[in-house]
Design a protein around this ligand. Structure first.
Ligand code: SF4
Ligand code: FE
Length: 480
């Protein structure tokens, strides 16, 4: 396993082409706007060496028998699935942001079982190739960018019907020894913090779309791959040099647009190439895992937000008020309800044909649909408890100013015995989580990440088995 320093060194060795503010970034590791997101991923390495988290953060490889970071593990039991959710909650608590490494884990677990089933039906040899790639990922302890979401253009049209055929990533040329692909993947969590990109199709496909039925893995700095870093609310506060106004002093999440400008993919790294009939299976499995993930990571971030709201109440001297206590209880109830579904869909997991465990799909979709709602209510309650100063507070530079600083110190003070700065810090953290940079992960990503709410409703409808429920009602009502 790599430690966090070794991870940073390995990232430094990559030659990624990353654009931010219209300029090419020299070093992603050292860029002040990108670094907090790299710190989050680095925590997935650091905690794997912490003796108290060994059970959650590490696993025994099913491929080599060696001890590996759980973020590179193929789940071998329901217990593995439960531990994954617990691990993500832990990371959410430690970073209060998106730590980005789960997308790749969810992607390779889905590709593992899907390639096995393609081979069984079509006599291909994708699974053996994929397992060789996985051994490399485990051996080198890599971060994998799970890349699914295509731009999609006109949503009423299928990939092959688009005016511009590149709006879904596709094969543009078949060459001896590999293929050339063109297209883009949007909203790619952790893309610039990753060593490898694992590409999957984004929708179920028909025969006419078979050029779009591709899955492959390439190093993140492969020629022709270009990253355009995504903006976040209040992101330039990271360039101001202070530590209060950023809200989260150390960590953050990141997304990027990834452009594949005629990229060559060697045969050894291709895991699906035209087998359109398996695209839906891969999409559904990946989405299922990632919907489970949210029952862990968002809960961990929620823990931090609840803690911040409780601190804000304490600093304001209202922590004993019954309505405040009631609001905090409500936040805990909502947060733990998210966790319940994350744990439940894991406990009811079952083996796929490849031996890799899959979550219970219905409960994973219920989990994610809850996540599209409850963080918004938790955020609303946190803002309610925090009070209006959350959005009217002067800057860190004013607070430190020779003349006006003492006025702010005096008039923004809460209860006696608590430094004014602590009050400002906790309010900035709540701002960061509810409407600042981390709100990408805690709010909008809760809505759209791992599929928008309608995608979960479609899956819930498919899994609901209403005919069975009707038969129950008929039996009880005495209907023949
Ligand atoms: Fe992991 Fe959550 Fe970020 Fe997805 S949103 S990558 S599950 S931390
Ligand atoms: Fe996500």
């Amino acid at each position: 396993m790599k430690n966090s320093e070794q991870y940073l060194e390995s990232l430094r060795r990559l030659k990624l082409r990353v654009f931010l503010f219209g300029e090419e970034v020299d070093s992603v590791v050292d860029h002040p706007m990108i670094r907090p997101s790299i710190n989050s991923v680095a925590q997935t390495y650091a905690l794997a060496f912490d003796p108290q988290y060994q059970d959650l953060m590490t696993a025994e490889s099913s491929l080599t028998g060696k001890k590996i970071n759980r973020f590179t593990h193929l789940h071998q039991s329901a217990d593995d699935l439960v531990k994954k959710v617990q691990m993500l909650r832990l990371l959410g608590q430690k970073t209060a942001s998106c730590f980005q490494r789960c997308v790749g884990m969810d992607a390779f677990n889905a590709v593992d079982s899907t390639t096995y089933e393609i081979d069984q039906q079509l006599n291909t040899d994708y699974h053996a190739r994929f397992r060789r790639f996985m051994e490399y990922v485990q051996q080198e302890d890599l971060v994998v960018n799970g890349a699914m979401t295509d731009p999609k253009g006109d949503r009423s049209k299928r990939p092959s019907q688009q005016a511009d055929p590149d709006l879904y990533l596709r094969i543009v040329e078949r060459k001896p020894g590999g293929i050339v692909v063109r297209g883009a993947k949007l909203h790619q969590t952790g893309a610039v913090a990753s060593h490898e990109i694992l590409v999957m199709p984004t929708v179920a496909l028909r025969e006419e779309d078979s050029a779009y039925a591709i899955s492959f893995a390439i190093p993140s700095d492969t020629e022709g791959v270009i990253y355009v870093y995504g903006r976040q609310s209040c992101d330039t506060r990271k360039l101001e040099g202070g530590s209060i106004d950023v809200g989260n002093c150390l960590y953050g999440g990141s997304e990027a647009m990834v452009i594949f400008n005629d990229v060559f993919v060697p045969e050894e790294r291709i895991f699906m190439c035209g087998e359109y009939q398996f695209a839906g299976m891969l999409v559904e499995r990946f989405a299922g895992y990632h919907r489970q993930s949210y029952g862990g990571c968002k809960v961990g971030v929620g823990d931090v937000l609840i803690g911040a709201a409780a601190l804000a109440a304490q600093y304001n001297g209202v922590d004993k008020a019954s309505h405040i206590r009631d609001k905090l209880i409500e936040m805990v109830h909502l947060n733990e309800t998210l966790y319940c579904a994350g744990i439940a869909c894991s406990c009811l997991g079952s083996p796929t044909a490849s031996g890799t465990y899959q979550i219970d799909l219905l409960l994973a979709n219920v989990c994610k649909l809850n996540v599209t709602r409850f963080p918004y209510e938790i955020a609303r309650l946190a803002e309610d408890i925090a009070g209006g100063l959350l959005v009217t507070m002067p800057s860190e530079k004013d607070f430190k100013h020779k003349e006006i600083g003492p006025f702010l110190e005096k008039y923004l003070k809460g209860v006696e015995g608590v430094p004014t700065e602590n009050r400002l810090r906790v309010l900035r953290l709540i701002e960061n989580l509810t409407m600042g940079a981390a709100a990408v992960g805690y709010r909008t990503e809760s809505l759209h990440g791992a599929g928008s709410p309608q995608a979960q409703r479609v899956m819930i409808n498919r899994q609901a088995d209403l005919e069975f429920k009707k038969s129950l009602a008929r039996a009880i009502a005495g209907i023949a």
